[in-house]
Design a protein around this ligand. Sequence first.
Ligand SMILES: Cc1ncc(COP(=O)(O)O)c(C=O)c1O
Length: 453
Amino acid sequence: MKTIIEPFRIKSVEPLRQTTAEERAGLLEEAGYNLFRLRAADILIDLLTDSGTSAMSTEQWAAMMRGDESYAGSDSYFRLKRAADDLMGFRHVIPTHQGRAAERILFSVLCKPGHIVPNNTHFDTTRANIEFTGAQAVDLVKTEAHDTQARLPFKGDMDTEGLERLIEEHGRERIPLVMVTITNNSGGGQPVSMANLEQVRAITQRHRIPFYLDACRFAENAWFIHEREAGYADWTARDIARRMFSLADGCTFSAKKDAFANIGGLLCTNDDRLAQLEEDLLILTEGFPTYGGLAGRDLDAIAVGLTEVLDPNYLQYRIASTAYLGRGISDLGADRGVPIVEPPGGHAIYIDAGRMLPHIPREQFPAQSLAVELYRHAGIRSVEIGSVMFGAHAQHELLRLAIPRRVYTQSHIDYVVEAILEVNSRKERLRGYEITAQPEFLRHFSCQFRPVS
Ligand SMILES: Cc1ncc(COP(=O)(O)O)c(C=O)c1O
């Protein structure tokens, strides 16, 4: 059969609430044109994030009933540790309430002013947590990857020549760790090849710098390697994932992505001394090292998710369904198609709003303008990944349509395609926005805008 179906059936449903375009225009104004400030109940299709928004499986819900809520030494922790050991193989597995908590602890222990942390592309919380310690976060993705239209198989690859130059220029003492984000979320959800991870491993080993993965979407990355990288077609996604983890000294992991959990994260390391320092900090703000800010039942949900996500039927469907949205809005001929970051990524489609709306300068946030209009027109929530999120570090003005795992069906996605094409057909009428109020860090969460008159 050629048709790739959703490899699950639906047992429990949540109604969606319809609103009118007039109602949504009022809600937008009240929210200061910031889609993070809307109530979720006022959204029809929520593509803000794939994080924590997955539908859990019957096995995950069943596992939650087995959750052991003991303060110390809970069975749930040991089930999670077994699942993580079997997949990741790190000596220490420290649960945290989500990925950014793992980042905060890791960077608090390793980074100080004057330090530099390279990554292919830092995610916003990763960058903010590094900068909060006074260190500098540097993005090192290959030059070709900056061209949103280039259809390359591994656009998430780190620029290893740039990494060598950076180490030579600043000295290994100023680089407490090197990170690679798989898949590269802020760079378009693009995968990183095994060959690239091996190169980064070789460089960091030579300079005795710890190498960490930001492993949120490790399973999607593994599937891309299986499909695209020579020599891996016969490998299972699990074996590819194991190989990726074996190259690193540790990882941060948000279980809200590829573990299908609604909350949770992990901080893993092979370094005993570091693990001790991390656990000391963990107790201050997250909790005892066998629960790390989570309920026992959350640990069990993650343990099951870590195994389920590597099912080849799921991964094939996941990557194909994301591409379905991408091809649906872009493959329509030069005039009607919407420019997306090519090729489609694993968890999201990124519209190149800078290219789609050339009449809106980047200081007026073209991707924000598109996000606002998509919500006003069709009740769809998406997120700006550009100058609002990254300020001067933004490489592009992108609008991300992140697809929650196992949540929406093909007809929901057909609706999204239709809505985007309608907005595209009158794109010249979209206007820019200016910021009226903003905090110092992570301004995209709470800043407010007004349309430029
Ligand atoms: C690549 C990447 N790193 C880190 C994080 C932070 O994880 P969390 O949202 O669980 O704090 C995210 C979240 O979206 C992410 O995409």
